[in-house]
Design a protein around this ligand. Structure first.
Ligand code: FPP
Length: 241
């Protein structure tokens, strides 16, 4: 059975989960944090090498002020509460996205979490915070343009392989499986470059309701897919024989 090496998740549906219970949306985010813990556990148990979670998009700042500040407080308390345990479990924590938008408090906790877990290797947990796929691609283009301007690279040598080294997650295995919960069938502004050949899996389950059975269903479906990477089915079968 083929297990995905790198799983990326758009954790959607926290707000609706709370609204269905006539509770404030933040209660949904708090329940979502529990699902994050279970998902990390599941990935460690299944030998997944990298898990990338979309925690806060660059567009989420436009939400009502009390939801944004509540989410920030939640991130802080989760970081305070969970980092030691994650470190103990051998998880390496990383963040992608524009960190300078966060308060010094949060940035400090992010740096501490990265430093504390840098030597770990059981699972790389990437938290996409203030991340946007287009912003990621634009930053890569800017970095290459600066290198070309300053003579470090010849612009004629820029190709897909070189570009790929400048976007987020470049040092990790390619994303094999991208899961989106909450019923919407779109990528939004998540990992636009990195998802080119990922298998996509959508479920109407709201993020706080996600459990091992949901994740197992996604993994089972993944293991039944034939990944052709542009080849024909016959060519792929021949390669695998
Ligand atoms: C999307 O649901 C979810 C978010 C914007 C926040 C995700 C945050 C967590 C799961 C909390 C903890 C995470 C970490 C990594 C510590 P939504 O609010 O858009 O739901 P809706 O579509 O039902 O409104």
């Amino acid at each position: 059975m083929q297990t995905p090496r790198h799983v990326a998740i758009i954790m959607d549906g926290n707000g609706r989960w709370a609204e269905q219970r006539k509770r404030p949306r933040l209660i949904g985010h708090r329940a979502g944090a529990r699902a994050v813990r279970d998902t990390i556990e599941f990935c460690i148990d299944h030998g997944v090498e990298a898990l990338t979670l979309f925690a806060f998009s660059s567009e989420n700042w436009a939400r009502p002020q009390d939801e944004v500040s509540g989410l920030m407080r939640l991130f802080l308390s989760v970081l305070d509460r969970e980092v030691d345990e994650l470190a103990r479990r051998g998880v390496r924590i990383r963040f992608i996205g524009e960190a300078q938008a966060f308060s010094p408090d949060i940035r400090k906790r992010m740096q501490t979490a990265e430093a504390l877990t840098a030597g770990n290797s059981s699972l790389t947990l990437v938290i996409a915070a203030n991340y946007g796929g287009r912003q990621d691609i634009a930053a890569a283009a800017r970095a290459l343009a600066l290198d070309a301007r300053d003579g470090r690279i010849d612009p004629d040598t820029i190709d897909e392989a070189m570009f790929a080294t400048r976007v987020a997650l470049a040092d990790l295995p390619a994303v094999d499986l991208c899961i989106r919960t909450g019923g919407d069938l779109r990528i939004s502004n998540f990992l636009l470059w990195q998802l080119a050949y990922a298998e996509l899996w959508f479920t109407p389950t709201l993020w706080p309701d996600v459990d091992a059975a949901t994740l197992q269903a996604a993994f089972d479906d993944f293991s039944r897919r034939q990944r052709r990477f542009g080849l024909t089915g016959a060519q792929v079968s021949q390669q695998q024989a």
